[in-house]
Design a protein around this ligand. Structure first.
Ligand SMILES: Nc1ncnc2c1ncn2[C@@H]1O[C@H](COP(=O)(O)OP(=O)(O)OP(=O)(O)O)[C@@H](O)[C@H]1O
Ligand SMILES: [Mg+2]
Length: 217
């Protein structure tokens, strides 16, 4: 369960994101839709402790993320969260295989690596350097890296943004399969309405924003 209470983040006067209280329930997959620049990545980054909220509390299964030091947040994310970043955050000069093993969670078994790479359709690129892959292939490495540690939370920021609909659908199926087995929480941002229908809940980001009237009370 991921709980948000009085959460806000202000970058500057134009970018002040104030959120309604909201709880992401266990066992449900959520899809978040919203215009560019509305704050979707900011929300995912606050939940995963990549950035710090200015106000409020974010709790994951009772653990108060917002009370943790940056070091504790990073350790928490490494252990519990499979985060597919909007900009992948892969090591370009390293191979696909090394990118999967970089998490320092212990080396994954060859079989495990092969299975995950095969499931996203890039097993043949295992020994290739990431910088020589296409955008869609890099995206699939990022997905594989998030899934291989069997995280209890899967967070995807446009995880299908560089894939065509057919491959995007396969990735969503894969995420759902994981959601049903190992992950308790799955939250994905997408702009693709056609993929949104495969999630249990579709949230329009504007509905997460605190209404003007409430903010003034
Ligand atoms: N580090 C930062 N410094 C200043 N402003 C920022 C920073 N990060 C984000 N912003 C601003 O905050 C707002 C929300 O950004 P965010 O990246 O969360 O949007 P988004 O909904 O993910 O957009 P997109 O769909 O384009 O990825 C934007 O106006 C953006 O310019
Ligand atoms: Mg974004």
């Amino acid at each position: 369960m991921i709980e948000l209470k009085n959460v806000s983040k202000k970058y500057d006067e134009d970018s002040h994101i104030v959120l309604e209280d909201f709880t992401f329930q266990d066992g449900k997959s959520y899809c978040i839709l919203g215009a560019s620049g509305c704050g979707k990545s900011t929300l995912l980054n606050m939940i995963t402790g990549v950035i710090t909220a200015d106000t409020g509390e974010i709790k994951i299964d009772g653990d108060v993320i917002t009370d943790m030091t940056q070091e504790e947040k990073d350790a928490y994310r490494l252990k519990n969260v499979g985060y597919i970043f909007q900009d992948f955050k892969l090591m370009e000069d390293m191979t696909v295989l090394d990118n999967l093993n970089i998490l320092k969670l212990g080396k994954f078994k060859d079989l495990q690596v092969d299975e995950v790479l095969d499931s996203v359709g890039i097993l043949s690129k295992k020994k290739n350097k990431v910088k020589n892959l296409s955008g869609g292939e890099k995206q699939r490495v990022a997905i594989a890296r998030a899934l291989i540690k069997k995280p209890r939370i899967i967070i995807g920021d446009e995880p299908t943004g560089n894939l065509n609909f057919e491959n995007g659908k396969k990735v969503v199926d894969l995420l759902m399969k994981n959601a049903k087995t190992t992950a308790k929480n799955i939250i994905v941002v997408t702009h693709d309405d056609r993929l949104a229908e495969y999630f249990d809940e579709v949230i329009h980001f504007e509905d997460l924003l605190k209404k003007e009237d409430d903010a003034n009370v």
